[in-house]
Design a protein around this ligand. Structure first.
Ligand SMILES: *Cc1c(COP(=O)(O)O)cnc(C)c1O
Length: 405
């Protein structure tokens, strides 16, 4: 399939280019000393990821530690409740630690091991990326420093406890608003000092090159498995594929399996409380081109051109931008991006739980809500949704704010 000279047959060879660009999006806008460190990671990645030893070890980890392949479930009762189109979910909630994040964390930390690094450094907001990193570091026996704002540490006590139990060092960041932004700055600073012995690991398909590419490649296991499983289950490709988009890693993983197929692809952003700036985090819907956190993409800006405050009921989706590859696929029109608000998301959270016995992460419930609307519109055919994670982490929040429906 070809759109505007972009040939999806050979897409992964050509995108990103050597400088890390997907069209005009991507790149590495960082201080020279960090650029050196990123170049080292890029070079190591290109050599190591082709070695059979690395590939075999990652394959073994996927199977024996993570529990892959995760299944696809046909949601017959949910489908019937919205018409005749059939909804299926790729069960990343059944991946070890309960979400897709471990797919790229295991890859990143395996790379760190091959590069001879002793320590991994990362930041975390809600704590999900921190827990996945701490898990991977424990598996490989590497040290792990997780930078986290003091406010987030208070809010996310269970995840902080998990990280500590897994042996990670949780570094409290007390600058500014004491949340994710300050944690990112602190982690970058630490990395600039320690890059000879440590590696910095990003939590999504964002940040400077090579991370958007590397995280996509590690997450592509989701789309590769899903395509194979779906075809062997039903004898055909799905008509539509749907995933939620925060930074965009679960979506890129899923989409990468279907870019060259006659399949409609939908990315679902969080519309939060509504369209007003500050009430949502639908960056591709309402944002403009800009540079943040080391890469060029579409972002939500405040009046000074800085990243705007954003909101979503799903803490994993409230990021003021999305990965550069999403900005590119959006511009090309290969992927359709739309947004779903808090209320519809919470409805879908309860409906999926009641009708199918699957309690989804609130992030994933955005994709489920969108798929239910799409099923009504389509009236027939099939929709495959990436169920990025399970809802255990969200139960207290949902009960406190919405009660039990
Ligand atoms: C972190 C997270 C997300 C959002 O991250 P992406 O990089 O956009 O995939 C989505 N779902 C779950 C369950 C998460 O933990």
């Amino acid at each position: 399939m070809k759109i505007n000279n972009v040939d999806f047959e050979t897409y992964f060879k050509n995108y990103p280019n050597e400088q890390g660009y997907f069209g005009k999006y991507g790149g590495a806008y960082i201080a020279p000393e960090l650029k050196k460190a990123m170049d080292e990671i890029t070079e190591a990645y290109f050599t190591i990821c082709k070695s059979t030893k690395f590939i075999d070890e990652l394959r073994k980890i996927r199977k024996e530690f993570q529990g892959r392949p995760t299944p696809i479930s046909h949601l017959e009762r949910l489908s019937r409740s919205v018409g005749n189109a059939q909804i299926y979910v790729k069960r990343e909630d059944l991946n070890h630690t309960g979400a897709h994040k471990l797919n790229h964390c295991m890859g990143e930390v395996l790379l760190a091991k091959y590069m001879g690094k002793k320590k991994v450094i990362a930041e975390t907001g809600a704590g999900q990326h921190g827990v996945a990193m701490a898990t991977a570091a424990a598996y490989f026996g590497l040290e792990c420093d997780i930078y986290m704002g003091a406010v987030d540490i208070k809010k996310q006590a269970p995840n902080v406890a998990k990280m500590k139990i897994l042996g990670a060092n949780v570094v409290e960041v007390k600058e500014g608003l004491q949340t994710l932004k300050e944690a990112v700055d602190a982690a970058f600073k630490a990395y600039a000092n320690e890059y000879k012995t440590a590696i910095y690991c990003i939590g999504s398909v964002v940040g400077p090159h090579p991370f958007p590419m590397m995280v996509r490649d590690f997450q592509s296991v989701v789309g590769i498995e899903a395509r194979e499983q779906f075809v062997s289950m039903t004898g055909e490709l799905p008509d539509a594929v749907v995933a939620c988009v925060g930074g965009g890693s679960n979506a890129m993983g899923m989409f990468s399996g279907f870019l060259n197929d006659p399949v409609k692809i939908y990315g679902v952003e969080p519309l939060g409380r509504g369209k007003k700036l500050g009430d949502h985090a639908a960056s591709l819907q309402y944002g403009t081109e800009g540079i943040m956190h080391g890469f060029n993409s579409i972002m939500l800006k405040d009046e000074n051109g800085d990243p705007a405050p954003v909101y979503s009921v799903a803490s994993g989706l409230d990021y003021p931008s999305s990965g550069p590859e999403h900005a590119f696929l959006h511009e090309l029109g290969r992927v359709n991006y739309d947004a779903i608000g808090d209320d519809e998301t919470i409805d879908a959270f309860f409906t999926l739980s009641r009708l199918e016995g699957i309690i989804p992460a609130i992030e994933s419930a955005h994709a489920v809500a969108y798929a239910m609307n799409l099923a009504k519109k389509m009236g027939k055919g099939s929709i495959l949704v990436c169920l990025s994670g399970r809802g255990d982490k969200d139960l207290d929040y949902v009960i406190e704010n919405y009660g039990i429906r």
